[in-house]
Design a protein around this ligand. Structure first.
Ligand code: GLU
Length: 450
């Protein structure tokens, strides 16, 4: 039996009912097979066995009082997965779907993503099954304060540095930072994604989306092509999608779609970015309201779409950028994209394509950029924020963006070069997983059995 099979079998026994976690582990372990076959040292040091077990998992109660005076309780998490390369680093997700499986898959992916950046950061993830939708500003603040009242004792600028993710943006980071400072009396770089008024980095907000497009541009260049003039299908309407769309427009590509939890917008003339920002960043409204300004756009509500398919992937486009959430692009969607001659798929979200969709793209030789490489610009810029905080400096937007570009180029070259080295040219999943793994594994070996 293979290493992958044995490990997944063990995880199913030791951590039952964590499907997303098994999915993430399986993808990585399958990629590592060409490496593990020829290299005995990883087996000798039980690297895989240690890597799939988080160093520490913190789960806690988050009680808070809503605006009607009712007591609410949520479940909070912080998975401190691997600190071989540096302090645990990774975002916090506030979403009703959050559970131990989702936290662990995200934490596991983060280890390799962070390693790929080449920066000194370990992997972690956290969050809560809290639904921010429809909550007042005061409710959000009380929730964040309660969450931090437990979390503060586990984190620190050199131990564990959380950031944002779905449902956690600058506002939430602000409330959590305020509570951390009140509890500890320390003003330090314990969170990233802070407001630029008090320690945040310029370009952090844009970094994930911009980085995704820089990565895609390298993928295109490798095929002697570019994004210029390409029709792009983007899903999501959060930070990643918005700034991916912004960079695509800057590079003369044509983003045609975006989506939120309720539906998809398709606009043949290209997405009106200013309107999208107004709807999502200012009004916090549904995408359906896009139609009020652009009567020629199409809106497809989620429920109008057949099971296991997502409207956004059934339009014609040269490139697809899934920037919403895990498993949002299934095999059915992948087949629709192939039928429409998609040339490139670059993941902006974490694990947005399920395994069957990925297999479909790889079999069809579509250029595929995995999230843990393509969306690493966000966490990389978080590390630049940590550097600025530690040295009490703040860099200009251009300085940060320039470093981001270099980091994305290095990640592409490392994933691409590693894939070639192991005889799988063009398979960036394999390349990214092996390149990230080797860094973490080497550090673990050098640090002994801990
Ligand atoms: N949540 C983001 C990610 O998935 C960013 C994490 C961070 O900046 O620490 O990588």
């Amino acid at each position: 039996m293979s290493y992958t099979h044995d490990t997944i079998y063990y995880l199913k026994q030791s951590s039952p009912a964590q499907c997303e976690f098994y999915q993430a582990v399986e993808e990585v372990l399958e990629s590592l097979e060409p490496l593990l076959e020829h290299d005995d040292q990883y087996r000798k040091h039980a690297i895989i066995e240690r890597m799939v077990e988080p160093e520490r998992q913190i789960m806690f109660r988050v009680p808070w009082v809503d605006d009607n005076g009712n007591v609410q309780v949520n479940k909070g998490y912080r998975i401190e997965f691997n600190s071989a390369l540096g302090p645990y680093k990774g975002g916090l997700r506030f979403h009703p779907s959050v559970n131990a499986s989702i936290m662990k898959f995200l934490g596991f992916e983060q280890i390799f993503k962070n390693a790929l950046t080449g920066l000194p950061i370990g992997g972690g993830k956290g969050g809560a099954n809290f639904d921010p939708k429809g909550r007042s500003d005061n409710e959000i603040m009380r929730f964040c304060q309660s969450y931090m009242t437990e979390l503060y004792r586990h984190i620190g600028a050199t131990t564990d540095v959380p950031a944002g993710d779905i449902g956690v943006g600058a506002r939430e980071i602000g409330y959590m930072f305020g509570q951390y400072k009140r509890l500890t009396g320390r003003f330090e770089g314990v969170l990233t994604g802070k407001s630029t008024l008090w320690g945040g980095s310029l370009a952090r907000k844009e970094a994930t989306g911009y980085g995704v497009v820089y990565f895609a541009e390298h993928m295109m260049a490798y095929q002697n092509d570019s994004l210029k003039g390409k029709k792009c299908l983007v899903s999501g309407a959060g930070n990643v999608a918005i700034y991916a769309i912004e960079k695509l427009i800057e590079l003369d590509a044509i983003p045609l779609t975006c989506s939120d939890s309720r539906g998809t917008i398709y606009h043949e003339q290209g997405i009106d970015l200013a309107l999208l920002k107004e709807i999502k960043q200012v009004r916090g409204d549904s995408l359906e309201t896009y139609l009020k300004t652009h009567k020629d756009a199409q809106y497809t509500p989620v429920n109008d779409y057949p099971e296991n398919g997502h409207a956004v992937w059934h339009y014609e486009g040269d490139a697809a950028f899934p920037c919403a959430t895990q498993n949002e692009l299934t095999q059915k969607d992948a087949k629709a994209l192939l039928k429409n001659n998609v040339k490139l798929v670059t993941e902006g979200a974490n694990m947005p394509c399920d395994q069957a969709a990925i297999d479909t793209f790889i079999d069809a030789k579509v250029a595929f950029g995995p999230g843990k490489a393509a969306n690493a610009g966000g966490v990389a810029t978080s590390q630049l924020e940590m550097s600025q905080n530690a040295s009490m400096q703040s860099w200009s937007f251009e300085q940060v963006d320039k470093r981001l570009k270099i980091i994305m180029e290095n990640i592409f070259n490392s994933a691409n070069g590693t894939a070639k080295e192991y005889g799988h040219e063009g398979n960036l999943i394999l390349g990214a997983n092996i390149a990230g793994f080797k860094r973490v594994a080497q550090a673990m070996i050098e640090q002994g059995v801990v």
